[in-house]
Design a protein around this ligand. Structure first.
Ligand code: NAI
Ligand code: ENO
Length: 303
């Protein structure tokens, strides 16, 4: 394994095994195939036979199998890209079969509960570096992946002092940088609070508003959804996300999501009060803050 943190002309790993080559895992494999800079040999593991066939047909792995143990035995790096609710059980199968000195990483959208689920299976001779690429779409499965998914996006790392060697952290940073991402380290607790507000709560709101609109359409037997303007359409894109993945995220980041939802509910109540009492200044101030956030996001992205 080569732990250089800048792009070089040799692959970072000899063998990379991706367990769960869906949207995220297959995007890593596409990138690895396209540039040849992540690993010389790519192995994919999936428990869904249709997905295994698709990964093989896409030509993004050298070996595709349902058997975890032989697929991880020679890997320098094993990346878990399965839903957060099954990370623990998949890690429990993979870790005993990994070679000494190998790196384990994951891409789960929540970190505290994934780390808690994996920790009991860890070995002192394996480095575990949790990670979370802040990039994705509403689609899932191997056909949804593409090589540029992580381009100019953040990948958040939550290394653990007791399980993540410096060399392993550098290698995982390098892996994501070679996928086109920028990397940042933070604690798992901070990660979960940040993601609760910028990712998990927006998804919760999208699922809820679509459900409410659908209920209203049922009750009034009217075609409200046919007239959906672009604001509502933006919500429906997010609401089309995978139900199992999002059930797992909500249940595994319960405390932070409920805390952010309570704060949001208070702010929504304040907005309701402002509308009731025609408090124009409050309403304009809130909307102006939204515009500023949008502008600074676009400026940062362009920078
Ligand atoms: N979808 C997104 O936009 C993002 C998702 N993530 C996280 O990355 C992980 C993967 O997400 P996606 O790629 O979107 O999911 P996905 O549903 O597209 O892919 C998951 C893959 O794991 C496989 N799988 C499930 N259980 C398995 C098991 N027990 N053994 C072997 N394979 C199994 C599935 O067959 C599927 O191919 C999740 O933990 C998710 O929270 C992180 C960033 C963005
Ligand atoms: O599709 C979108 O807008 C997303 O926000 C994708 C996404 C889903 C889950 C994550 O943990 C990170 C990104």
């Amino acid at each position: 394994m080569d732990d250089r943190t800048t792009a070089s002309d040799t692959p970072l790993f000899d063998t990379l095994t991706v367990i769960g080559p869906g949207l995220i895992g297959s995007s890593v494999l596409h990138r690895a195939r396209r540039d040849g800079m992540l690993a010389r040999r790519l192995i994919a593991v999936d428990n869904n036979p249709t997905f295994r066939q698709r990964v093989w047909d896409l030509g993004i792995a050298d070996e595709v199998t349902e058997n975890v143990a032989p697929a991880v035995a020679e890997a320098d790096c094993v990346m878990l890209c399965v839903p957060v609710g099954v990370m623990g059980e998949v890690a429990a199968t993979a870790i005993p079969a990994m070679r000494p000195g190998a790196i384990l990483t994951d891409t789960g959208s929540t970190k505290v509960s994934v780390i808690d689920a994996i920790r009991p299976s860890l070995r002192p001779d394996i480095s575990y570096v949790p990670a979370h690429p802040m990039a994705g779409t509403e689609f899932s499965g191997p056909d949804a992946g593409f090589a540029t998914l992580f381009e100019n996006r953040w990948c958040l790392l939550t290394p653990l002092p007791e399980t993540s060697s410096d060399m392993a952290v550098s290698a995982v940073e390098s892996l994501w940088q070679r996928c086109g991402a920028r990397t940042k380290d933070m604690t798992p607790e901070h990660h979960d609070r940040v993601c609760a507000i910028v990712s998990h709560l927006p998804h919760l709101l999208a699922f809820t508003i679509c459900g409410t609109a659908d209920d209203l359409a049922d009750q009034t037997r009217s075609e409200v959804l046919d007239f959906a303007a672009s604001g509502f359409r933006d919500f429906t894109r997010i609401a089309a996300s995978d139900p199992i993945m999002w059930r797992d995220i909500f249940l595994s980041n319960r405390d932070a999501i409920l805390e952010m939802l309570a704060r949001f509910t208070e702010d929504a109540q304040a907005m309701a009060r402002a509308i009731r009492w025609a408090d124009s200044d409050y309403i304009v101030d809130r909307i102006e803050r939204g515009r500023q956030i949008r502008r600074s996001l676009i400026e940062n992205h362009q920078a």
